[in-house]
Design a protein around this ligand. Structure first.
Ligand code: PEP
Ligand code: MG
Length: 538
């Protein structure tokens, strides 16, 4: 038996499917068959070129010919005999693998550019790096392990799953997953709850304890895994599964009932989603709205940015499906544990404290504006609200609003419709924002407390790191104080205070949040009915 952290509830019994790690290895290896290695390199170059041509065509349509020019320069680099030739020469003369040869050539190019006086030329170094990364990931064939699953209902065992791996899991094929590392509020865990796939994370060494085809039980409630169980344990779990399913069936009676506490306070229960198709689960569980649409999942598992039109269709689909019910769409929160293969960002010592979310968006109009325009255009089809993540000061919120205003003016000039009065709010997930809640409450229309980040920043306990998960405590007095302060500040200014961090669906935390007067609880659709039951008993 292995003990880990319960990341997504439910039970599963099935055969192990090991995720083969496709590390981007730039380790130097001696290569015997040079011709084969050159062929492999050429294949990765050709694939990269095809991808870039596609991105270029799309960008020309969406951001204009001149801005798409950058991709032409990337394609030219792939065609440049000096660049590709240098890699091939290295493979040939040094008998080394393509990854290592490419790495060395990119490195020498970047060094030359980095030392140039001219800023424009220095930026070309970043282009070379970008193209190099693309070829490198094509050489290593990243992200293909899911397509290798042939049997039905396997249990994936992996060192770690990226959020984008998890978002792609097919419930018909994957019964559960178990990982060595990760915490309850990592985005893989959050996605597992959204998809209702049982998961245990942070087991330390599950990948060393099982092999492909082993039979295992995943207990997502206790956070344990039982490897090759005996007959009586299997029987015991079959009974548990039966009971669990009965309990789930019983909870369904609550779907259409209003959530009112024993003391008569009405509480709203909303859902968090990552993809437009998650709306089905939201409606099935009777949520009264969407309190957090994590739009970054629209940007994952693809080769290029989703353009304005594509995003508009996605947001429109969600708001239309939800009818009158509010839909809070959060602007791109990339960075931390959420990465985009086509948007290489510099390696950071502390990614959760780095260049992410609103910081990146305020720096990159080319990314921020198409998203805001798409949201604005979708706002006429339902009750859409915009939320900015990682706000740390009033100034940052006002800056974001300024860009939003520019988008409104542009759309107006173009004769495109949008709701000028749509509400805008912020995530309160940085301790500074909670401490400044009084000031912020005067400017925003609503708050939504993001406890996943708020807890990690306040307690200095990485949400991804199972080694410090014992410190990651939602009920720590410091966390409770910040939450209370935020709710009080919102109410004092006549504003609504929601919570969309995982704490909102945490059975132990719900009673105190009700007591503090939290207006809206937003959580994974799978947690809604249990939360409702607890709130109604309070
Ligand atoms: C949070 O930080 O609580 C939150 C809801 O945002 P995310 O989990 O996407 O960082
Ligand atoms: Mg967050």
């Amino acid at each position: 038996m292995k003990k880990g952290i319960s990341a997504s509830k439910g039970y599963a019994i099935g055969n192990v499917f090991m995720k083969k790690e496709s590390k981007v290895s730039v380790e130097k290896r001696y290569i015997e068959d040079i011709q084969e290695e050159e062929k492999r390199f050429q294949g990765a170059l050709d694939l990269s070129k095809k991808q870039l041509q596609k991105i270029k065509r799309k960008s020309e349509k969406e951001i204009g010919k001149d801005k798409a020019e950058v991709f032409e320069s990337h394609i030219m680099l792939l065609d440049d005999e000096e660049f590709a030739g240098a890699v091939k020469v290295k493979i040939k003369t040094e008998h080394i693998n393509a990854e290592a040869a490419l790495h060395d050539v990119v490195d020498s190019y970047v060094k030359i550019f980095d030392n140039m006086e001219d800023e424009y030329m220095r930026e070309r170094g970043a282009d070379v790096k970008d193209v190099g990364n693309r070829v490198l990931s094509n050489l290593t064939g990243q992200g293909s392990f899911l397509s290798e699953i042939e049997d039905d209902r396997v249990v994936i065992v992996a060192h770690d799953l990226t959020p984008s791996d998890t978002a792609q899991l097919d419930k018909n094929k994957v019964a559960a997953f178990v990982t060595d590392i990760g915490g309850r509020t990592s985005h893989s865990a959050i996605m597992a709850r959204t998809l209702e796939i049982p998961a245990v994370v942070g087991t330390n060494d599950i990948t060393e304890s099982v092999k492909d085809g082993d039979f295992i039980i995943v207990d997502g409630i206790e956070g344990i895994v039982i490897i090759n169980p005996d007959e009586s344990t299997i029987k015991q779990y079959e009974n548990k599964i039966k009971k669990y399913n009965e309990e789930m069936e019983k909870l369904k009676e609550l779907i259409n009932i209003e959530t009112i506490t024993k003391s008569g306070k009405k509480v709203e229960i909303f859902a968090n989603i990552g993809k437009p198709q998650d709306v089905e689960q939201v409606l099935k569980n009777g949520a009264q709205g969407i309190g957090l649409f994590r739009t970054e999942f629209l940007y994952m598992d693809r080769e290029d940015m989703p353009g304005e039109e594509e995003q508009f269709q996605a947001y429109r689909h969600v708001v239309e499906k939800m009818g009158e019910k509010p839909v809070v769409i959060r602007t791109l929160d990339i960075g931390g544990d959420k990465k985009l293969s086509y948007l290489p960002l510099p390696e950071e010592m502390n990614p959760f404290l780095g260049y992410r979310a609103i910081r990146l968006c305020l720096d990159r109009d080319d990314i921020f504006k198409p998203q805001l325009r798409a949201m604005l255009r979708a706002s006429v089809f339902g009750n859409l609200k915009i939320m900015f993540p990682m706000i740390s000061s009033v100034e940052e919120f006002l800056q974001a609003k300024k860009v939003l205003k520019q988008c409104m003016n542009e759309l107006e000039k173009e004769g495109k419709k949008f709701n000028r009065n749509l509400e805008t709010g912020i995530m309160v997930e940085i301790p500074a924002a909670a401490l400044e809640a009084e000031e912020l409450a005067r400017h925003v229309d609503f708050f939504s407390i993001g406890t996943n980040d708020l807890i990690q920043y306040t307690l200095a306990a990485d949400r991804m790191n199972e080694k410090v998960s014992y410190l990651y405590n939602p009920m720590h007095p410091a966390i409770l104080k910040l939450i209370k302060k935020t709710i009080d500040a919102a109410h004092k200014n006549g504003k609504l205070c929601a919570m969309c961090g995982e704490m909102a669906g945490d059975e132990n935390s719900i009673p105190i949040l009700v007591e503090y007067g939290l207006d809206e609880f937003s959580m994974s659709a799978s947690s809604i009915l249990k939360a409702k039951q607890i709130i109604m008993e309070k």
